[in-house]
Design a protein around this ligand. Sequence first.
Ligand SMILES: *[C@@H]1O[C@H](CO)[C@@H](O)[C@H](O)[C@H]1NC(C)=O
Ligand SMILES: *[C@@H]1O[C@H](CO)[C@@H](O)[C@H](O)[C@H]1NC(C)=O
Length: 418
Amino acid sequence: MAAVRCAVLLAVFLLNVIETAYSEPFIAIIKAFANTGVGIVIATSNADVPALASDPNFAKTWINTNVVPFYPASNIILINVGNEVTLSGDQNLVAKLLPAMQNIQNALNSVSLGGKIKVSTVHAMTLLAQSEPPSSGVFDAKYVDVLKGLLAFNNATGSPFAINPYPYFASMGDTRPETKPFCLFQPNKGRFDSNTKINYMNMFDAQVDAVRSALNALGFKNVEIVVAETGWPSKGDSNEPEANVENAKAYNGGLISHLRSKVGTPLMPGKSVDTYLFAMYDENLKPGPLSEKSFGLFKPDLTMTYDVGLAKAGDQSPESPSNNTNNSPMWCVPKDGTPDAKLQENLDFACGQGIDCREIGPGGACFEPNTVASHAAYAMNLFYQKSQKNPSSCDFSQTATLSSKNPSYGGCTYPQSS
Ligand SMILES: *[C@@H]1O[C@H](CO)[C@@H](O)[C@H](O)[C@H]1NC(C)=O
Ligand SMILES: *[C@@H]1O[C@H](CO)[C@@H](O)[C@H](O)[C@H]1NC(C)=O
């Protein structure tokens, strides 16, 4: 049960939604989420696409087997027909996607679930012929015709366009020194898009906005984007130096803070794109390079690979006793390595929001040491505490994090509201 509990936590904390693996829907998981309210995304295998396309009865049987017995107790919200089918290079299979989706939609309609459960398919980023700068994002010409059909379906049924952006793959082999922090949500100079005058601060936003531009270019401005997968491997072979725990933690942790801040992407401000982390577990039996087996937050033995900031205290592994630290005090502190210029910005912002910054003024108990770093740390924490400890108030464009270590010193007390 530990596995399921961790899964629920991950889903509830981040998105209130959970996605099953891409093979056949795993009935035990669908059942495990009954009466939790957690949204569930299920998927058909690529191997089923031809039969789903050619045989409406096969689609009906699929829905009657995998959906009808469990809905609505299990809150299935989306069915993805196939995963990254274009990557197979099989044009014949690609052409069957739309009829397969239509037959699944018809099967849902016939049991009065049309509209309640949406139907889509998941695409790989390689569908884009160009993605830099983001405003110039366009789809590969050889897929445009089939995409127009799929997007017309998304548009007509209100289902999302699901895609798998991976800054990890963009970082591989790119030795420019600024690429790594740009991909890992770390402080960097950003990449300027001269068409829109937007300075992108991370690769995730750049990739998602490239998809937005490509959709807009085909005229589908209203079709929403769902990030069906993104993640970073914690281990790799000797020729995969970017795959390590430190980078995986930086990427997934930075992504979670970014999503929690609800700032959206530059082209979709204030709009949170539903995003699914890949993956809950390492896939130790998967063929291929070590990185492919190592995207999990947990190992196959259910122990945690690294803490990305989603688990509650005591959930590190099924063996660890659960300390009741849910209400333990937390302080908002700047991340190591945040440049002074950014700290100054954070300080100005926080003190401009009506909090009491007198303690860091001359004569105040926290005036010494009289440095930007010290004053910003005090103000950022106070801002967070005054915001009812909303996690998104401890983001400061990914330069802050929560800490259980009390930063108070000497006569200077960092407030902690309970
Ligand atoms: C998308 O759907 C809307 C509403 O049904 C329709 O007015 C619009 O023409 C559609 N857009 C495209 C590009 O098909
Ligand atoms: C959790 O509980 C264990 C065993 O009671 C104790 O040794 C440990 O210090 C506790 N950890 C925290 C963070 O309180």
